[in-house]
Design a protein around this ligand. Structure first.
Ligand SMILES: O=C(CO)[C@H](O)[C@H](O)COP(=O)(O)O
Length: 262
């Protein structure tokens, strides 16, 4: 069964599987969104089912909430949890300082709130997500629907004057209609020129009326678990300044591969 996985899915799976080892009995865990995070949720579901792991999961999207319940994880709200031991989530890009671009799945707002309310945030990603400097992946920003075109014009005008915005920004679509987030907002994807200072850019964007949040995660991530297509997995911890690589065994987890749906 493992042989049927594409190298990229194998990479995502091994990253998620390795990161599941950070989850301990009794923890309140933030559950990310996206295809890599979906592997994580499935791995945790298996640990709940087979090993009796007791955790409470705080999902970062309605999609993840549904999957978590499906695999038997107890789901609670962030307000019920109040604070989390750990959040594990995917990313669209990460750099050497473990700053991130997130929001490719449109869940950046809940993802940032949940990650920020956690003792520790671990990113799980395939090696293709590593970049020298952030910005090749379009930066998602969540905007309220009221006056979104005015917000877009303001964002473009400001960022072009800062030489940050490259071509333009685009409203994310879901078929013929604008994409709507779990909070009922829209997403603008910013096609960036170069980000000299991601921290400053994040602050500037968030000051604009109509912007709810941006997909730059600065100083939030503590460690990244990187999966490779050949089954290797690398753990980099920014606080410890450590890095280690190992290889995971697929055989025990074959049943997880049968019904992946994210
Ligand atoms: O930020 C996200 C969703 O809003 C995801 O974590 C990000 O898009 C990565 O997704 P995937 O694991 O499918 O590559």
């Amino acid at each position: 069964m493992a042989g049927e996985l594409s190298p990229i899915d194998k990479a995502k799976f091994v990253a998620a599987k390795r990161a599941s080892q950070y989850v301990e009995d009794g923890m309140r865990v933030g559950l990310g969104t996206g295809s890599t995070a979906a592997w994580l949720v499935r791995c945790l579901g298996e640990m709940v089912r087979d090993d009796g792991l007791r955790i409470k999961g705080v999902p970062t999207s309605s999609r993840t909430a549904m999957l978590a319940r499906d695999v038997g994880i107890e789901v609670i709200s962030l307000d019920e949890a109040k604070w989390l031991d750990l959040t594990i989530d995917g990313a669209d890009e990460f750099d050497g300082d473990l700053n991130l671009i997130k929001g490719g799945g449109g869940a950046l707002l809940q993802e940032k709130i949940v990650a920020t309310a956690s003792d520790q945030m671990i990113v799980i990603a395939d090696i293709g997500k590593e970049v020298e400097s952030l910005g090749a992946f379009p930066l998602p920003i969540e905007v309220i629907p009221f006056g979104w075109q005015t917000t877009q014009a303001l964002v473009e005008e400001t960022l072009i004057s800062m030489d940050v915005l490259g071509r333009t920004s685009t409203l994310r679509m879901n078929g013929d209609v604008p994409f709507v987030t779990d909070e009922g907002n829209h997403i603008l994807d910013l096609h960036l020129n170069r980000i000299g200072n991601p921290r400053q850019l994040a602050l500037v964007i968030n000051q604009m009326p109509g912007v709810v949040e941006n997909g730059l995660f600065i100083d939030i991530c503590d460690a990244v678990v990187i999966g490779y297509g050949d089954g290797r997995v690398e753990v980099r911890d920014i606080n410890e300044g450590t890095s280690s690589t190992e290889r995971l065994d697929f055989v025990e987890t074959d049943n997880l591969f049968s019904d992946l749906s994210d």
